[in-house]
Design a protein around this ligand. Structure first.
Ligand code: ITT
Length: 181
């Protein structure tokens, strides 16, 4: 369940090779006030599972910048919509320590079973200027550790190789295959 088509497409690409099919439920999630991504995802997934009486996959994610003490973190969507990529770069002007990570918390809730949670994290650095046109959100300024280009320069294969979301959804796929098939 997401209103962000990019998030849905990335999830679908990751689950496809495992033979797991999902559909996009473009409904707004109830976002509780918390700095904990996992609590935000779990609450919203459980509420949606009850409301729609079906299994719901819901992922909450964010970019955590070390020199900004983890900002924007759980507020990444709002910060992206307000000050944007360039605003974040301005906050980091003249900073040489540019370590950051993306985190994804994925909750699978169903009206019957207990909620399952999976997470993914990718370490990297914030570039000095935006580069690349692919992807979404903060992709133009995030360079994963071990690479030399931003997520937005790399394209889908590159993103799926490194991304926090791909890691979380692969964990979900392995759990699903182990327990449900
Ligand atoms: P939904 O709530 O409808 O799922 P959303 O985009 O608002 O869509 P989040 O609340 O999880 O989703 O916000 C995460 C924000 O963090 C997202 O909007 C981006 O700005 C940023 N973000 C998360 N993962 C990202 C990624 O893989 N690449 C770039 N930016 C990402």
């Amino acid at each position: 369940m997401t209103q962000n088509r990019h998030k849905y497409q990335e999830a679908r690409r990751t689950l496809d090779p495992f033979g797991i099919k999902i559909r996009m439920l473009a409904s707004p999630k109830t976002e509780i006030q918390s700095t904990n991504l996992s609590k935000i995802a779990k609450f919203a997934a459980e509420e949606a599972a009850k409301k729609y009486n079906r299994t719901v996959l819901l992922e909450d994610s964010g970019l955590f910048v070390k020199v900004l003490n983890g900002f924007p973190g759980p507020f990444s969507s709002y910060v992206h919509d307000t000050i944007g990529v360039r605003g974040l770069l301005r906050l980091m002007a003249r900073q040489t320590r540019r370590d950051a990570y993306f985190q994804a918390s994925l909750a699978v809730a169903s009206p019957r079973d207990s909620t399952q949670e999976f997470s993914g994290k990718v370490d990297g650095t914030i570039s000095h200027k935006p580069a690349g046109k692919q992807g979404f959100g903060f992709d133009p300024i995030f360079i994963p550790r071990g690479a030399r280009k931003t997520f937005a320069q790399g394209g889908t294969e590159f993103k799926d190789k490194y991304s926090h979301r791909a890691i979380a959804f692969r964990k979900l796929a392995l759990w699903y295959i182990r327990t449900k098939t």
